[in-house]
Design a protein around this ligand. Structure first.
Ligand code: NDP
Length: 333
């Protein structure tokens, strides 16, 4: 097995030197255990948070131990009656070529016709559920809303924008970090309009695009775009606070200089963590699965081939190298 370990804790944006590749031998599964060959690995922004040695909603990664991330694999040997060789599974023992663990660590999935298995790490997986919960339960998007989504070309944002439309939003505005991504939002994902947040004053642009105010902001990035959204939310506006990825580049953590507007406009800003909302998975899979099958939503993946490029794929998230979900195809088979 080839594994990726955390060698040191990144100070800001992670660097290759923070990681180490380690080879070791795995035995055969004992009773109750399963050996899985990983096919696709997920690299996710939240993993950056776990590289910090600080208390959070999820424990920090240990140094000199394999990193754990989402993965899709195939069972190669089984000591459990619940899984058989050839079964496809989703699990959290990624960042390695093979995983050996109790059968309970793996969840069997049925491949969906016309959808790659890697989708269980994106549109049909954790980021998809995040978008679903954020739009439906946190921001409660409903008919006629004007919705702004940042990080809109990423795994969570691309589905959040499309789901907002299916919830009846009148206008869906997206922001992303390149003109190619901006075109993708409008041409492929059905956003009404979009802009490159690096090239404009976000507050001014939102004012021009939504002169009557935003009803909802789906926040994937925090920082300046959150401040600009608060400036432009209408009375009673709702914010689903999903992520704060802009902080990893910032020398100083950003604050909300216009926080007083939250009072005057009676805004609701609600943070959420997807793992608290697992009970929504059945409805999520049913609705998003049907929308996918019927062509009502679409998704992209950026697939990097070869486990040796996992670290580059991860670092690439903080440089905007991905359109849609960033995936590592372990062996490129
Ligand atoms: P993405 O697929 O969106 O990839 C990350 C993207 O972030 C990049 O492609 C890049 O796009 C953008 N980005 C990077 N740096 C900055 C910056 N300084 N300012 C603005 N945008 C930046 O990742 P996910 O869809 O997986 O995650 C999106 C957000 O949701 C993250 O903040 C993540 O932490 C959060 N999240 C939260 C969960 C929860 O439970 N609350 C669960 C899952 C994700 P661009 O080119 O547009 O800059």
């Amino acid at each position: 097995v080839r594994e990726i370990h955390l060698a040191s804790r990144p100070a800001r944006v992670p660097e290759a030197a923070n990681f180490r590749f380690v080879e070791r031998t795995l035995g055969s599964p004992r009773a109750g255990e399963v050996l899985v060959k990983n096919l696709y690995l997920s690299v996710d922004p939240y993993m950056r948070g776990r590289m910090r040695d600080a208390p959070s909603y999820i424990p920090p990664f240990e140094l000199d131990a394999p990193l754990a991330g989402g993965a899709v694999g195939v069972v190669v040997e089984s000591g459990s009656e619940s899984l058989s060789p050839g079964d496809h599974v989703v699990h959290d023992l990624g960042w390695r070529t093979h995983a050996l663990a109790d059968a309970e660590a793996f969840r069997a999935v049925e491949p969906v016709a016309g959808v790659p298995l890697s989708a269980f790490l994106g549109v049909l997986g954790m980021p998809g559920l995040t978008a679903y919960v954020g739009v439906s339960d946190i921001a409660r998007v409903s008919t006629g809303d004007t919705v702004f989504v940042s990080g809109a070309a990423g795994a969570v944002g691309s589905l959040a924008g499309q789901l907002a439309r299916h919830r009846g939003a009148a206008r869906v505005i997206g922001s992303a970090g390149s003109s190619m991504k901006v075109e993708h939002l409008v041409d492929d994902l059905g956003f009404d309009t979009a802009f490159d947040y690096r090239k404009v004053d976000v507050a001014d642009r939102l004012k021009a695009l939504a002169p009557d105010g935003l009803n909802v902001y789906f926040d994937n990035v925090g920082g300046q775009q959150l401040e600009a959204a608060v400036e432009n939310l209408g009375n009673g506006g709702r914010v689903a606070m999903c992520g704060w990825i802009s902080d990893f580049h910032a020398r100083e953590p950003a604050g909300l200089r216009n926080g007083r507007l939250m009072v005057a406009k009676r805004l609701t800003l609600q943070g959420f963590i997807v793992s608290d909302h697992r009970h929504r998975e059945p409805e999520f899979r049913k609705e998003v699965g049907a929308l996918l099958a019927g062509g009502g939503i679409t998704f992209r993946e950026t697939v990097i081939t070869g486990i040796d490029y996992t670290v580059d794929a991860f670092i690439g998230l903080f440089e905007g190298h991905n359109v849609g979900k960033m995936i590592v195809d372990v062996a490129g088979e």
